[in-house]
Ligand binder design. Structure first.
Ligand code: GCO
Ligand code: MN
Length: 412
């Protein structure tokens, strides 16, 4: 049964003021406008940084009071808190990094702040606690051994994970990956793939299984490198490293993080393939928007329109996934792209999984093998046919577009 995903949004997106490095804020909307917009658009969850709610040096009492107020406010709009996250990047004390800073006093400050947030996440009933290492890197001054920097960063997170485990908190801890910005050159474990291997290295104990995962931001944090998020997503799913939510928005490839509204500047095909792969793999998660209205939007109506568009865009992708799944042309094309393996290939694979008998299996395969010339004769035209049909589905021209397949072996 096809299960459409639910939605969440970063509370910080609702109050983003439209400023950029060159220009002043263009809007000043109270959070209530955004919360009301969420309720109207069908967004059920909202997430916060500690610093969205109180100053970093706030007293315990103030924090408790703000937690209560925030939970009340959110409830008024029929929303609940989904993620909590600690801001280890805005305070000037973190200008040299936070958990990875070469200065031990700064690392201490980061641990204190992050562990305090671990407690608040539990109080708020958050499902996940995000670590986004915005400052965990270097602007190109190579001030420390980069391996040591990575170790400090991941072990810093480990302190917080252990803290939460000892306290009995049951939420998941996630690392949000992004290669650079606001640090200009690089950040530690900056891609989903590199963070995934760092987690395996630094969290070998089975007690961490499924407790520390990766929340990617698609397409922004991958497309900003000029890479395609669909490939990273496949790896994270295959490695069971994907968090129960992804961040989502819009991004012009090979630019600094744009956080544009979904679809704007992005590849529609890649967005569709993200949605398709998540559904195909029966991923059971939530789409959390981490993006904002454009700078030219200044009023409440525009904010609410942005929220409706964000939800509408994802629902549009899901509608296309349904069309794709039920399309007779796609199903003929897919049949060619998902053929069953020969008995010989199957035994090679099973030998590899068993860890023994590989030589014998490869010898049997070699014996049954015809020639490279014969393999070259295989018809691979289904690959191009597939992308044409996907484009027809995405542009809504699949009914009239079916005619180009007439007379081919994929004709419905
Ligand atoms: C960014 C990130 C952040 C994080 C947030 C949660 O590029 O700025 O996406 O918005 O998602 O800080 O930790
Ligand atoms: Mn994000």
């Amino acid at each position: 049964m096809f299960q459409p995903y639910q939605f969440s949004i970063g509370g910080w997106c609702l109050v983003s003021e439209g400023s950029d490095p060159f220009g002043e804020p263009t809007r000043d909307l109270p959070v209530e406008v955004g919360l009301e917009g969420c309720a109207e658009a069908g967004i059920k969850f909202v997430s916060f940084h500690d610093r969205d709610l109180w100053d970093d040096d706030a007293s315990e009492k103030k924090i408790e009071q703000k937690v209560e107020e925030t939970l009340d406010l959110v409830k008024q709009y029929d929303l609940s808190v989904y993620n909590f996250t600690t801001n280890l990047f805005s305070n000037t004390c973190f200008r040299s990094g936070a958990l990875s800073s070469p200065f031990p006093q700064v690392r201490e400050a980061a641990i204190v702040k992050a562990c305090r947030s671990m407690d608040v996440a539990a109080l708020m009933g958050a499902k996940n606690m995000i670590f986004w290492g915005g400052r965990e890197g270097s602007d190109g001054a190579y001030e420390q051994d980069t391996g040591l920097g990575l170790k400090r960063y991941i072990e810093g997170i480990k302190i917080c994970v252990d803290y939460a485990l000892e306290k009995g908190y049951d939420y998941i801890v996630t690392i949000e990956t992004k290669v650079y910005e606001p640090r200009l050159l690089a950040s530690y474990a900056g891609t989903g793939s590199s963070a995934s291997s760092a987690i395996r290295k630094f969290f070998p104990d089975p007690k961490y299984n499924g407790r520390i995962l990766i929340n990617p931001e698609y397409p922004q944090h991958v497309a900003m490198l000029g890479l395609d998020p669909v490939f990273e997503l496949g790896q994270l799913l295959e490695e069971d490293m994907l968090a129960p939510f992804i961040h989502f928005g819009g991004q012009i490839p090979a630019r600094m993080d744009c956080d544009l509204p979904p679809g704007v500047g992005s590849s529609l095909t890649a967005d569709f393939m993200i949605c398709n792969l998540l559904h195909e793999r029966n991923w059971d998660g939530i789409i959390e928007f981490d993006c904002r209205p454009m700078r030219t939007t200044t009023a409440a109506e525009g904010m609410k329109l942005f929220l409706k568009h964000s939800v509408g865009y994802w629902k549009m992708l899901e509608k296309k996934v349904n069309i794709y799944d039920n399309d007779p042309i796609i199903s003929k094309i897919k049949a060619e792209l998902t053929q069953t393996e020969s008995a010989e290939l199957k035994s090679v694979m099973s030998a590899v999984h068993k860890g023994t008998g590989v030589v014998k299996a490869v010898q049997a395969l070699t014996k049954s093998f015809t020639s490279f010339e014969a393999i070259s004769e295989i018809n691979t035209d289904a690959i191009e046919a597939h992308i044409y049909r996907v484009l027809q589905i995405l542009t809504g021209t699949y009914e009239e577009g079916a005619s180009i397949f007439e007379g081919t072996r994929w004709s419905a």
